[in-house]
Design a protein around this ligand. Structure first.
Ligand SMILES: Cc1cc2nc3c(=O)[nH]c(=O)nc-3n(C[C@H](O)[C@H](O)[C@H](O)COP(=O)(O)OP(=O)(O)OC[C@H]3O[C@@H](n4cnc5c(N)ncnc54)[C@H](O)[C@@H]3O)c2cc1C
Length: 510
């Protein structure tokens, strides 16, 4: 029997969060959808692995944009609307900042957050609160404008704060509040969740990040991030989506400037009206389009004009005691030798030792995530890919162990306990692991860097001009909303919306 139908409305390449979100939205509108995933499981980076009989979260620190039941934010609402029922747990704090001369734990809720900064840096309450309120106003505008685009004149009237700040970096706007450096340092740690130093991070992105994480708090799925991908896949199949695993798409077939199908590594040629692709455009234009000479030079100019974002290096330590017995008190510690984000960004060009780390103890949000009497600590740096690309194959093992050891040592010093003495399992996830597991270009988890010339606002304006093939949409961290699991869902939905809008236009023309 043939695996495939003769024709689908849409083929989605990649069964991770972005691809599955697109598939759910299309199936919800009655479209006939095929998802092809190269791995034997859904989820891509939203996955887990098993060591020593324990299931371990592979990536997720915290999910943004979920919200509480009855008061959902946009990603939580999408899951609810699609019938993807996830058991969400609250993350107890925003973060603990451990920086030179600073040891402060901050909690979500603007007033509480501002009060806690004020306790550490007296006299800053009103300024921090008004900065947070500005972030929230911009966040509301971004949420509205991403659903209801409007003319520039109307935007200026209705979204003044958004328009006024859109051309400035996070550093420029924060500096305009005249806060002492220590307060600025306390406001900065989340920069790593988007991967741009504050001097080049558009304020719009900083505002969304702070409003969402600090304003509403974050959550984690009780059964780890794989709960999201498994339940999305299950719902998609219940809605009629065909999902095939271990199907690597090698080629996207185009004819007369439009995508019309794919070819898998097995040699199956499958046809569809539209293709949605999770692979990076860099890879698609260089390797995947058939015929290759259909790719215009303009395509390479578009992708080469962007900078690839950060990758990830994580050390997982399954520890032989509960967190409290090891002095681990906070879910999320941002630990740095400096909070100068330009300096950290330079340090991330190498392979370590890294001067800025994030340590997550998932048990403090999800007590049952490891067997009783143990806990899991993941220590992450988000380097740039450049340094790792220079490591020779014969040196990878040595460099990775040295880097991992330096990270475990730094956090051991912070907690005052030798973590490696308590390790039941040590697992090292490098940029190579990420590239190998997901096939992502250069192991990049963050898509293209947000930039003052190239971020959500600019990308919305240039999306049409940058379209190379009709009937081909991209979804994933490399698209308009950028990096992270929440944005991956948004990017998948956006790709599906583009397809649905196009179908409607073509039907009206016919
Ligand atoms: C250590 C670490 C920590 C992180 N922490 C967080 C966090 O706390 N919060 C957060 O929001 N985000 C976090 N992220 C980022 C987040 O995991 C990703 O941004 C998000 O999961 C990307 O989802 P995606 O669907 O775009 O792509 P991916 O998860 O990369 O999936 C792409 C999928 O496409 C498939 N695929 C690719 N090419 C092909 C092909 N040719 N044929 C068939 N299938 C193909 C792959 O197998 C994969 O399943 C973290 C990432 C890492 C590595």
């Amino acid at each position: 029997m043939n695996f495939y139908k003769d024709h689908y409305d849409v083929i989605v390449i990649g069964g991770a969060l972005a691809g599955l979100s697109a598939a759910l939205m299309l199936a919800d509108k009655g479209k006939d959808v095929l998802v092809l995933e190269r791995h034997n499981l859904p989820g891509g980076l939203a996955t887990s692995f098993v060591r020593g009989g324990v299931e371990i979260e592979a990536t997720l620190h915290e999910m943004m944009s979920i919200g509480d039941k009855g008061n959902r934010l946009k990603i939580g609402q999408f899951f609810d609307d699609m019938g993807v029922d996830i058991d969400w747990l609250d993350v107890p704090e925003a973060y603990h900042a451990s920086l030179p001369g600073i040891e402060v734990t901050l909690h979500p809720g603007f007033e509480r957050f501002a009060k806690e900064i004020d306790t550490a840096v007296p006299g800053t309450f009103r300024k921090v609160l008004s900065l947070m309120r500005l972030c929230h106003t911009v966040y509301d505008s971004v949420n509205e404008l991403s659903v209801h685009p409007m003319s520039k004149a109307k935007m200026l009237l209705k979204h003044e704060a958004f328009v006024k700040t859109a051309g400035y970096s996070a550093k420029e706007v924060i500096d305009s509040f005249g806060l002492p450096q220590k307060a600025v340092d306390l406001l900065s740690p989340y920069w790593i969740y988007v991967g741009n130093p504050l001097s080049t991070l558009p304020f719009t992105i900083f505002a969304v990040l702070m409003a969402d994480y600090v304003g509403y708090g974050s959550k984690v799925p009780k059964k780890l991030s794989h709960e999201m991908s498994l339940k999305m896949a299950e719902r998609a199949e219940a809605m009629g989506v065909q999902i095939e695993y271990r199907q690597h798409v090698e080629k996207i077939l185009v004819k007369d400037g439009a995508a019309c199908g794919v070819r898998t590594a097995r040699g199956d040629e499958i046809h569809a009206d539209y293709v949605i692709c999770s692979a990076y455009p860099n890879k698609v234009y260089a390797d995947m389009i058939e015929p290759a000479d259909a790719v215009p030079e303009r395509a390479f100019k578009v992708v080469n004009g962007r900078r690839i974002g950060l990758t990830a290096f994580t050390v997982f330590l399954l520890l032989d005691k509960p967190a409290e017995e090891l002095g681990i008190k906070d879910f999320n510690v941002f630990h740095g030798e400096t909070m100068d984000t330009d300096e950290i960004f330079r340090n991330y060009l190498g392979t370590g030792p890294y001067n800025y780390l994030t340590a997550i103890c998932l048990n403090l949000a999800n007590p049952g995530c490891t067997p009783e009497g143990t806990c899991i600590l993941s220590i992450t740096a988000l380097p740039r890919v450049d340094g790792w690309k220079k490591v020779k194959a014969e040196d990878v093992d040595r460099v990775k162990h040295e880097t991992a050891k330096s990270m475990a040592d730094a956090m051991s010093e912070y907690y005052g306990v030798n973590l490696l003495d308590h390790a039941l399992e040590v697992i090292i996830e490098t940029p190579v692991t990420v590239a190998h597991y997901t096939g992502m270009f250069n192991g990049c988890i963050y898509g293209y860097m947000h930039d003052m010339q190239d971020h959500i606002v600019a990308r919305l304006q240039t999306a049409e001009e940058e379209k190379i093939f009709s009937h081909l949409e991209f979804s994933g961290a490399h698209q308009i909303s950028g990096n992270g699991m929440g944005p991956a869902v948004t990017n998948g939905r956006k790709a599906a919306k583009n397809v649905l809008d196009d179908m409607e236009k073509e039907a009206a023309r016919a």
